[in-house]
Design a binder for this molecule. Structure first.
Ligand SMILES: NC(=O)c1ccc[n+]([C@@H]2O[C@H](COP(=O)([O-])OP(=O)(O)OC[C@H]3O[C@@H](n4cnc5c(N)ncnc54)[C@H](OP(=O)(O)O)[C@@H]3O)[C@@H](O)[C@H]2O)c1
Length: 252
C-alpha cells in the first residue's frame, strides 16, 4: 500500500486529509505535536507520530520512524489576523518558522529518499489569500506567498528526480479551529487607530457566502497527490475556486 505522511493532524484539514487517504486504502502517518488518535478514524493503517515542524530533532525522529513514504503533505500552519503595527515581531518569526521553514525542513528531510527511489509527491497547503491583497492578513499572506514561491521553484529541482511537487490553496473554512488557534497563539492586539477598519474587514469576511469545507481540502490534496496531470496550484473550496476564476487561473 502507498504511504503518506501528513503534518498538523491534530485538527482541521489535517484530520480530513488523513481520513481521505485512509478511506482510499493508503497507509497514513498522521503527525502532530502532541500525539493522539482523537478525531482520526481507527485502523491498522493509521500510525500517529509526534512531530513539531520547527524542531530539527523532532523532524529527524519522525521521518526515521515513518520509514519509506510515497507522499508528504505539509499542512501544519498557523494564522495571524492583525495589522503589521499590532504584530509582535517574535510571533511573526514564529509564524514564518512554521508556515515556511517548517515546510522547507520537512521537504528537505524526505527528499533524499524520494530522490533515490525516483518517486514521490510533496503537497504544500498554502492559502487563497495569496491571490489577492487583503488587510490584516499581510503577515500570514506573506508567509503563504513565500511558501508558494518556494514550492514552484523547488518543484523544478525535484522534477529532475521524478518527484512531483504541488500546491493546494484552500479558501476560508469556518469549520476548523484555525481562527481561534491563530488568536490564541499569535494574539490579536489591534492598535486602536486601526480598530474600526479591522472590525469592518472582519465583518465583511464573516458575511461571505462562499466558503471552504474540510472535505474540499481533502479532495484537492487527494487530487494533487494522485493525479499526475493536476496543475501546480489547485483551489480547495467554493470561495477559492471563485477567486481562481477571477484571477484567470485554471481550476483543474
Ligand atoms: N482554516 C482556514 O480558513 C485556512 C484557509 C487556508 C489555508 N489554511 C491552511 O491550512 C492548514 C491547516 O489549517 P486548519 O484550518 O486545519 O487549522 P488548525 O485546525 O488550526 O490546524 C493547524 C494544524 O497545524 C498544527 N501545527 C501548528 N504549528 C505546528 C508545528 N510547529 N508543528 C507541527 N504542527 C503544527 C496544529 O497542531 P497543534 O494542535 O499542535 O497546534 C494543527 O494540527 C494551515 O497551513 C493553514 O494555514 C487554513
Amino acid at each position: 500500500m502507498p504511504r503518506i505522511l501528513i503534518t498538523g493532524c491534530s485538527s482541521g484539514f489535517g484530520q480530513a486529509i488523513a481520513a481521505q487517504f485512509l478511506d482510499q486504502g493508503w497507509d497514513v502517518i498522521a503527525t502532530m505535536r502532541s500525539p493522539s488518535a482523537a478525531g482520526l478514524p481507527e485502523g491498522e493503517r493509521l500510525k500517529v507520530l509526534a512531530l513539531d515542524v520547527t524542531d530539527p530533532e523532532s523532524i529527524a525522529a519522525a521521518v526515521a520512524d515513518a520509514g519509506q513514504i510515497d507522499a508528504l503533505v505539509n499542512n501544519a500552519g498557523v494564522g495571524m489576523l492583525n495589522v503589521l503595527e499590532g504584530a509582535d515581531i517574535d510571533r511573526v518569526r514564529e509564524l514564518f518558522e512554521t508556515n515556511v521553514l517548517g515546510a522547507m525542513a520537512m521537504t528537505r528531510a524526505v527528499m533524499p529518499a524520494m530522490r533515490t527511489q525516483r518517486n514521490g509527491v510533496i503537497v504544500n497547503v498554502s492559502s487563497s489569500v495569496t491571490l489577492r491583497p487583503l488587510p490584516a492578513l499581510s503577515i500570514y499572506s506573506a508567509s503563504k506567498a513565500a511558501l508558494n514561491a518556494f514550492t514552484e521553484s523547488f518543484a523544478l529541482e525535484a522534477a529532475e528526480f521524478g518527484v512531483r511537487v504541488r500546491l493546494v490553496l484552500p479558501g476560508s473554512a469556518k469549520a476548523t479551529s484555525f481562527g481561534q488557534n491563530a488568536v490564541a497563539r499569535m494574539g490579536m492586539d489591534i492598535p486602536q487607530a486601526y480598530g474600526p477598519f479591522v472590525q469592518a474587514y472582519v465583518q465583511s469576511l464573516q458575511s461571505e457566502a462562499k466558503k471552504t469545507e474540510v472535505g474540499d481540502v481533502a479532495q484537492a490534496v487527494w487530487r494533487a497527490v494522485t493525479d499526475e496531470t493536476a496543475p501546480m496550484k489547485l483551489p480547495a473550496g467554493a470561495d477559492a475556486t471563485a477567486l481562481f476564476r477571477e484571477e484567470g487561473l485554471p481550476v483543474g
